[in-house]
Design a protein around this ligand. Sequence first.
Ligand code: ZN
Length: 444
Amino acid sequence: MPSNSFGIRGYLIDAPTYGSLRSHRDGALVVVNGKITEVGAYDDLKKRQRPEPIRWIDRTGSAIVPGLIDCHTHLPQYSAVARGESQLLPWLRENIFPVEREFTGPKARQESALFFREMARNGTTTAMVFAAIYEDSCDVGFEAAEQSGLRVILGKMMMDLGSYGQLQPKKIVSVSLMESERLCRKWHGAANGRLEYAISPRFAVTCSEKLMRGAADLAQRFGVYIQTHLSENREELEKVHNLHMSARDYTDVYEKCGLLTPKTMLGHCIHLNTREIDAIAAAQSNVAHCPTSNLFLGSGLIKLDELRAAGIAIGLGSDVAAGPELNMWQVMRSAVDVQKARRMTDPSLPLMRPAEAFHLATSGGARALGKSGVIGTLDVGKEADLLVVDLPALLPYRKENALDDLSTEDVLALCVYRGNPAGTLETYVRGHNVYRAPHCPKPE
Ligand SMILES: [Zn+2]
């Protein structure tokens, strides 16, 4: 029996829709060749007759949830987390560009391996990631992602205005497009589709119209993702307005260049007007909400209810290094806190609960990445991207039967409010184990 075929027993929890949880307290999944083939109560699944006997992994007392999805983060920035708490533009100049500038050669290779290892330890199974501007930073990023076993969408950072690179301004656009195309041809669809490419213009402050149009054209030719930043900070909005005087608003800059597509992931989207929200919805583009980052840089509080009401698909992003951790439980916690903070001044706004944040970090993120049919829930037919959470490790006191009195909502709230890498027992992608805690018993 292949290693990615097994049965696993534990407390199943997922959130296929916004605002509701589905669970089996003593549940089980059967995984065959990396795909979920059976889901239900352990007692029922155990009794079933099958052509081949199943190898059971007993994770009683742990929660089994869909692998967490990080829709927006930066590979070269991880070493700069928690540094320089200022506003976006000075923070980029003073703290981030110097770190990205160094992200090449052996340093990039070494840090990439650690970065994806850390992601798996945090229970993240899918991530959409920016590399630095160098071709090699993206190449070694993909090599590390391939090794890690994670599902990764990565792209070389593109910028031609105020870049930290050494190229002559005249050459920047053509070289950036050529390198992106080369990387896209090499990596998009690699590792049996586990690795994919995202054309990655940084944002309208550091990209000329020529570069953005070229980027959009490249994405269309190869049918790949686009990732960028939109409407994060007031000073940024002002800059974009001055750079692109003919545009109706910030979103219009991207619209005119062809960057709004159903495969586009827009990071932040905090200060959008109604026209912009409608334009994003009409283009079926997607939003990565990055609450830890928005709080760290004091960028603002996203109007999540308005984006949701427009029907926009929304996932969550750690946005390291503006977000201080890769821990998606912390990102969920902050997503809840951001909406709580908004309600303090306007009690008519909807409350966000842990279940809703959990939805955004799992099936919401899957939808935003166009992968609803593949990942995000524990349904039969999905690929087995799973996180096994050591629930007793999250309790204030480890004691027998402490979980018996908790409802599914309580258990999920425990994960969201206290979840951290020490609670990750195992992480699986396509049924392959990509992380196992040192204290976790190995399956036979
Ligand atoms: Zn970002």
